[in-house]
Design a protein around this ligand. Structure first.
Ligand code: PGA
Length: 249
């Protein structure tokens, strides 16, 4: 893993945007893996600003999102379909036909999972996957205990994840209890991964990622086995990490 240490959330977002934009500009065809949540919002804002100012085009870009809540339609304001349109897609010139998010309302959810991995495969795999990390170490919605061998699958959300995401809902009861997520194996097949980590809430997760063992109890630890991971983390997130030299190895 390679570490880019930044001052704060704003710098993390801009550095991530510059990184992603260099790929967008230098490729004829690019498949991105995209994430939702609080972490990538600043990155998406920076991409939108760049699109307004420099007209960087996304006509040659396809995207696959990591996950979606089960039971929420795309129209629901808390669905990740809605999030992606609102925070990115409608502001840039990406073709909506090229954006992919698992459907949490599919009649046959198992089939939806299989079809999602097949679609990624047909696109030649993900070139650059954007990832955040849950404070419990989840990546996508792969909660602690998920097998490293999983493809896209249905998950029961951990209570801590539902609590962390409750801030977007009117009440805890409304937070879905299940989701579809790209599996750990699906994520690890990405050619390159960009992990964004910011803030105090991620200090323990960051420490475990760098200093802990590789274990299914801490899903993100598998990233230590990927050949091409860049972590962009701010000072606050890195505050508890003693062995910073363990990164950049
Ligand atoms: P956050 O979530 O970006 O909202 O902190 C990250 C995650 O759960 O993967």
């Amino acid at each position: 893993m390679k570490l880019i240490e930044v001052k704060d959330y704003q710098e993390m977002s801009q550095v991530a945007a510059d990184y992603l934009l260099s790929k967008v500009k230098s490729s004829n065809q690019l498949t991105l893996g995209l994430a939702t949540g609080g972490t990538p919002q600043g990155l998406y804002e920076a991409l939108i600003n760049d699109h307004k100012q420099n007209r960087t085009s996304y006509q040659h870009v396809s995207s696959f999102n990591l996950d979606e809540y089960i039971g929420l339609s795309g129209k629901h304001p808390n669905s990740y379909y809605h999030y992606m349109n609102d925070h990115l897609f409608k502001h840039i010139d990406i073709d909506s036909k090229n954006t992919h998010i698992p459907s949490g309302k599919a009649v046959d959810l198992e089939k939806e999972c299989e079809a999602y991995d097949e679609k990624i495969c047909l696109h030649g795999g993900i070139d650059l996957q954007i990832l955040g990390i849950g404070s419990n170490g989840h990546i996508g919605f792969n909660e602690p205990g998920t097998s490293f061998d999983t493809n896209t699958h249905i998950v029961d959300l951990a209570q801590s994840t539902r609590e962390a995401n409750a801030r977007y809902f009117d009440s805890m009861d409304e937070v879905p209890s299940q989701a579809i997520t790209m599996g750990i194996s699906s994520i690890m097949k990405s050619k390159e991964i960009l992990l964004l980590v910011s803030g105090e809430a991620k200090q323990v997760a960051m420490k475990k990622l760098v200093e802990g063992e590789i274990s299914e109890h801490f899903p993100a630890s598998i990233l230590n086995r990927h050949e091409h991971v860049t972590v962009i983390a701010d000072k606050e997130a890195l505050a508890m990490v003693k062995g910073l030299e363990l990164l950049n190895r």
